[in-house]
Ligand binder design. Structure first.
Ligand SMILES: C[S@@+](CC[C@H](N)C(=O)[O-])C[C@H]1O[C@@H](n2cnc3c(N)ncnc32)[C@H](O)[C@@H]1O
Length: 191
């Protein structure tokens, strides 16, 4: 279901977003939502939020979710940084997924990258203790950048990424794998 916050300037009340109080996982930049759809379908006792700035992509996920009768999935059209910094209550998220974020490869565009110090500070504030961030990218230099940013933050411990079944692949991941590209993953747990 596409969800519109009642107030764009106050933290969300998760009890108004979801009928059941399950742990919350957020897919930032969910795109066409293949991973999100798989996750919500196979884990009914968790609540999932898909975030993207492109409404067309979210509508597509929404149609699939309605057909499948998923009650534990909400879609938000919003900019990821704004969402995490302004609308997510402290210590309320179990897992963030950052899967194939735009790599902005040119040096002069690095300032547009999602993973940066202020973003990670908001991620840390909004994660529950022991909460997880799962990252994946096909871009080696962005992967190294991500490693450095998490290490600089200091509030996360790196752990082994969990291997998921093929149906859990994202849409971009399918394309990259088909093109023979390597996928770089990292998993970070809040201290
Ligand atoms: C490269 S695609 C990856 C999509 C999906 N995660 C996948 O792996 O198939 C990046 C997605 O992030 C969205 N996006 C990029 N920057 C964003 C931002 N600042 N806030 C919300 N969505 C964003 C884009 O619209 C796009 O759907």
């Amino acid at each position: 279901m596409l969800y519109t916050p009642a107030n764009w300037f106050e933290p969300l009340d998760w009890r108004r977003v979801f009928a059941a109080e399950w742990p919350i996982e957020i897919d930032l930049g969910c795109g066409k939502g293949s991973f999100l759809f798989w996750a919500a379908r196979t884990q009914p006792q968790r609540n999932f939020v898909g975030v993207d700035r492109l409404l067309r992509r979210l509508r597509r996920v929404d149609r699939k979710a309605v057909r499948a009768g998923l009650q534990n999935l909400r879609l938000l059209r919003i900019e990821s940084t704004y969402l995490v910094s302004k609308l997510i209550p402290d210590h309320s998220v179990s897992t963030y997924h950052v899967l194939f974020p735009d790599p902005w490869p040119k040096r002069r565009h690095h300032g547009r990258r999602l993973i940066c110090a202020p973003f990670l500070a908001d991620v840390r504030r909004t994660l529950a203790v022991g909460g997880i961030v799962n990252c994946a990218t096909d871009h080696e230099e962005y992967f190294e950048w991500i490693q450095r940013e998490f290490q600089k933050d200091g509030g996360f411990v790196q752990s082994q990424p969990v291997t998921l079944p093929e149906e859990a692949s994202t849409d971009f991941e399918r394309k990259f794998v088909a093109a023979g590209k390597k996928v770089y993953r990292s998993r970070w747990q809040k201290r």
